[in-house]
Design a protein around this ligand. Structure first.
Ligand SMILES: C[S@@+](CC[C@H](N)C(=O)[O-])C[C@H]1O[C@@H](n2cnc3c(N)ncnc32)[C@H](O)[C@@H]1O
Length: 345
């Protein structure tokens, strides 16, 4: 009898734990709302009463207070005699925070997050929820929606702010080399490399409408940096180091191979290809690394049909098909991504 009760209590404990996982969705949504209302920015000068905060962000005080109470429980805001203040965690959501999480909250609070609710449909039919909801594949949709494109690139740039230092620690370059950031978005990773390594020159390569947006950011680097608009399925500019960060995971095997072949054809003798992606089931990686990789794998499945993270053997096979050999793999601690360095086979 006693054993039966222990077993039942264990089962009930699991049922409660699962509910907590399920309600995590609501926590994510509340963080997006805090970002949209710019609560961290409004609290930068110190705590405010809920009423004053509501007045400044154009919200109704009572519901706002309930969201603040929830996010207090998750460590973003703290209650004090004046009302609410922001914590160090909450401050990381402010626009001016280093590597701010705000741009990511803004895309997850809009088109990207909307696709999360259609996961079952993607699992049943294999088509990305994003395509189904918006009627177009991701990059076609972004070409037509400049606001969404701007939000995605802002999110990518804020992620690069987290990744650049790790990469600069492990990537060696020589003065006079040319680094080509393929699908480099708004150019923040290239900017970080060229700022830290003044002997390098660089080329930002992306779709024409994207490179136009990047030109201002890179203008300060003068002649050391060019921006070229084009299609990586057709060709890629020549260079000594080709960077592909968060690019291959947008595409299925066929398309990823085409991108790798374009890079391979543009590599100078002795050139290197630097792929920066999550790696699934990476042996010897910590649990968090593999958890983030699995999370992004499902995220990619939702936003791009064919998009996916890959295991090390899958990367090796893809690289080999493009006449490339994996020379080393370096886990990057800050983001849980990995650097895969490839050379001519
Ligand atoms: C997920 S973003 C990654 C951006 C950046 N590398 C980063 O690490 O944040 C993928 C990039 O691929 C670019 N892209 C998509 N299709 C492309 C194509 N056919 N040719 C060149 N770039 C393309 C997109 O515009 C976008 O900037």
């Amino acid at each position: 009898m006693e054993d039966a009760r222990i077993r039942m209590n264990e089962q009930l404990g699991h049922a409660v734990a699962l509910r907590r996982l399920l309600y995590g969705h609501l926590v994510s949504r509340a963080v997006c709302t805090a970002a949209e209302l710019r609560l961290p920015e409004l609290l930068a000068g110190g705590p405010l009463s809920v009423g004053e905060l509501a007045r400044r962000c154009g919200a109704a005080p009572e519901p706002l207070g309930r969201v603040l109470r929830l996010l207090e429980q998750y460590g973003l805001f703290s209650r004090c005699p004046e009302g609410y203040g922001r914590t160090a965690l909450g401050a990381a959501l402010a626009e001016d925070a280093p590597g701010s999480a705000r741009p990511t909250a803004m895309i997850l609070g809009a088109e990207f997050g909307d696709s999360f609710n259609a996961l079952t449909s993607t699992v049943r039919h294999g088509r990305a929820a994003f395509d189904e909801l918006h009627g177009l594949p991701l990059f076609d949709y972004l070409a037509k929606n400049s606001e969404a494109a701007g939000a995605l690139h802002a999110s990518q740039s804020s992620g690069i702010a987290l990744a650049a230092a790790d990469l600069l620690d492990v990537v060696e370059t020589e003065p006079g080399q040319t680094i080509v950031d393929v699908g480099g978005g708004h150019g923040s990773l290239l900017e970080a490399f060229l700022t830290a390594r003044t002997g390098l020159s660089g080329i930002l390569y992306d779709l024409p409408e994207v490179t136009l947006e990047a030109a201002d950011r890179l203008a300060g680097l003068g002649e050391r940096c060019a921006t070229i608009g084009g299609d990586f399925f057709v060709s890629v500019p020549e260079g000594d180091l080709h960077l592909l960060r968060y690019v291959l995971h947008d595409w299925d095997e066929h398309d990823a191979l085409a991108i790798l072949r374009s890079c391979r054809a543009a590599m100078r003798p002795g050139g290197r290809l630097l792929v920066v992606e999550h790696v699934l089931d990476l042996p010897e990686a910590d649990a968090e690394h593999n958890r983030v990789a699995a999370l992004f794998d499902v995220y990619m499945m939702l936003v791009t049909t064919g998009g996916r993270e890959r295991t090390l053997p899958e990367f090796e096979a893809l690289l080999a098909a493009a006449d490339l050999r994996l020379a080393r793999v370096v886990p990057l601690p800050t983001t849980g991504m990995s650097l895969l360095e490839a050379v001519s086979a």
